[in-house]
Design a protein around this ligand. Sequence first.
Ligand code: IDP
Ligand code: MG
Length: 143
Amino acid sequence: MIKPDAVQRNLAGEIICRVLRKGYKICAMKMLRIDHDLASEHYVEHSSKPFFGSLVSFVTSGPVIAIVLEGDGVIEGIRRLMGSTDPKKADPGTIRADLGIDMARNVVHGSDSTASAKREISLFFEKNEVIDFARCDEGWLYP
Ligand code: IDP
Ligand code: MG
């Protein structure tokens, strides 16, 4: 997910470009304004943390772009492209190090496991909104 700070700063193209250049496929994408309930559900694992309130208000402060990606090892791969949660500690060359400002304004969210990806995708997308490339012509499978 491209967070509101990145949408506001017109960084969405740069972020999507990095992800596509790596070879991952976009299976679904939508811009939306997350409401309080969806944000709370999305970040439920952090509901007891002291930063939960500010996290929810930040992620609901403006539009986000939710994206479903496909690719070999995509979950771990995207987390590597994103870099550490704190942009100040993230490795140079990662999205968060290069574009992020601080813990809140760290420009992107990425699912951290297959289970959380499934859960999060279902919060944002209907099944028929997600492209299944395996059901497209062979040429679409891999570049
Ligand atoms: P992640 O986004 O790298 O998976 P998580 O630990 O899942 O990091 O935290 C979710 C989001 O909550 C982070 O991206 C960050 O924006 C925010 N966050 C995490 N830890 C802190 C903190 O200690 N202070 C403020 N915000 C935090
Ligand atoms: Mg996380």
